[in-house]
Design a protein around this ligand. Sequence first.
Ligand code: GLN
Length: 236
Amino acid sequence: MSTEALRLVWVYPDLLSTYGDRGNLLIMARRADLRGLPVECHEVRSDQPVPTGGDIYLIGGGEDGPQALAAQRLIADGGFQGAARRGAVIFAVCAGYQLLGSSFFAKGARCTGLELMDLQSDRGETRAVGELAGPIDPALGLPPLTGFENHGGRTHLGPGAKPLVTVQVGVGNDGRTEGAWAGNMLGTYAHGPALARNPAIADLLIKWATGETLEPLDDTWPDKLRNERLTAIGTR
Ligand code: GLN
């Protein structure tokens, strides 16, 4: 096992942290720590350069104004895109997920995205607010996703991005699929506590970053919560 610390980089908590995105950082750090992996957490504010040497980058949800500002600052800085292009692991939620694509809508205007994933987002006619659930792409070997969504945009995937989830409850990208993954990047509309509710995704990201097979942890409580939510929202 490598003794070098796993470097977690939380991008722009001052702009993109509307829904408790810190929880995703904490879950990731904790699950690495429980496997004996040393971890370093870096929080990069939007007036600071994004370091390119991180192992896992987290970018969270946000309202339209901060989302558009984040896009401008990330494009001007280039560090995040540099890290993604060298193969760093990226976990992106909602506004952060839309930012990975070629364009998105904020405050009625089309904005340029980071062009890291083959997707683009349009305005929806309604806001998608509520529970979100469905089976995850079997290629990833994960239990079904459950989460909470709150977004106005709709996301369209190109052939270079695979849908993360087939939607059973909620809207996600477009009412049929939710989120996307490609290479070491994974995006979702599931909010703030996405990794608390879906810790197997945190393990997948750590595995992508380290190349190591992780020992299973006792996930009795997250498993109970997932089963309770899936029953409550009528998927089983
Ligand atoms: N501003 C974006 C939208 O409404 C993203 C919202 C969010 O991160 N919740 O589509």
